[in-house]
Design a protein around this ligand. Structure first.
Ligand SMILES: [Zn+2]
Length: 266
């Protein structure tokens, strides 16, 4: 049967001589695997359509598990996301979260629009750390493990200072703190932003200017949350971790007065 639908390429694997199998995330039919014949040959009409992050219109035959591309057109290539090292790292992580971090049953229209909004925001040059933290929160919500942020996950108390506990399910009040001695002590602004991310449709994300210390808090909180609940190691995560650590180091190096800098190794 011939199907036609729009989708975003969230994974690509080389297959046979010059072919590729891509996975697209669609707004209407979850994730679809499609063989793109000749995609790795330089003269192929569809090599750019099969590139990671491409938003396209795909027409394919399908009888079993995998489809075979019949024709297609690029709607938005998101080339900028493949060309910049930083953008590529964040986009690859977002795509892999959709690929491996969300089950088929949860991969609906909302996920598609959140991924597209995430790519748009990255391509527009919005702060990638903020974009991706908000996207992680969307994934947690879609996959069914959103943190409790407004009431204690232990007893339901509200209006008290909380700590953030991935293991206990989110906010922990002073009375329940003993449930997780490693719960994070976050600033009030970090809590505000986490709550903002939880309720936010990424299509409405504006420009948020956030200090580095706050970004680090958010990164640590969401990283621990995702590690605890995702239950798998993502390939793109390793690279992104290194990238974010490097960025943090360069940043603090640049701000430190000369005399405070550690001596360079000989
Ligand atoms: Zn409590």
């Amino acid at each position: 049967m011939l199907y036609r639908m729009e989708g975003i390429v969230i994974r690509g694997t080389d297959y046979g001589e010059g072919n590729k199998i891509i996975t697209i995330l669609t707004p209407s039919h979850g994730k679809q695997g499609i063989v793109v014949k000749g995609a790795r040959k330089p003269k192929s009409r569809y090599s750019s359509l099969a590139q990671p992050f491409t938003h396209g219109d795909f027409s394919f035959y399908k009888s079993g598990q995998l489809g075979t591309l019949n024709s297609g057109e690029i709607i938005e290539s998101y080339r900028a996301l493949r060309e910049g090292l930083e953008e590529a790292a964040y986009a690859a992580y977002a795509a892999e979260l959709c690929d491996r971090g969300v089950g088929e049953e949860d991969a609906g229209g909302f996920l598609f629009h959140q991924l597209k909004a995430c790519f748009d925001a990255l391509a527009e040059g919005k702060d990638p750390q903020i974009v991706i933290r908000a996207f992680e929160m969307k994934i947690a919500g879609i996959a069914g493990y959103a943190p409790l942020l407004d009431e204690c996950a232990g007893c339901g108390r509200t209006g008290v200072p909380f700590r953030f506990s991935p293991g206990a399910g989110g906010a922990l009040c002073p009375y329940c703190r003993g449930k997780d001695p490693y719960a994070l002590d976050l600033s009030e602004t970090a809590w505000k932003l986490l709550r903002l991310f939880a309720g936010l449709d990424l299509r409405r994300l504006g420009q948020i200017n956030v200090k580095d210390a706050l970004k680090n808090e958010l990164r640590l909180a969401m990283r621990k949350w995702m590690d605890h609940h995702l239950g798998l190691k993502l390939k793109s995560q390793h690279f992104l971790d290194q990238w974010e650590r490097l960025a943090e180091r360069i940043d603090s190096d640049m701000r430190a007065p000369r005399a405070d800098r550690p001596a360079e190794p000989e």
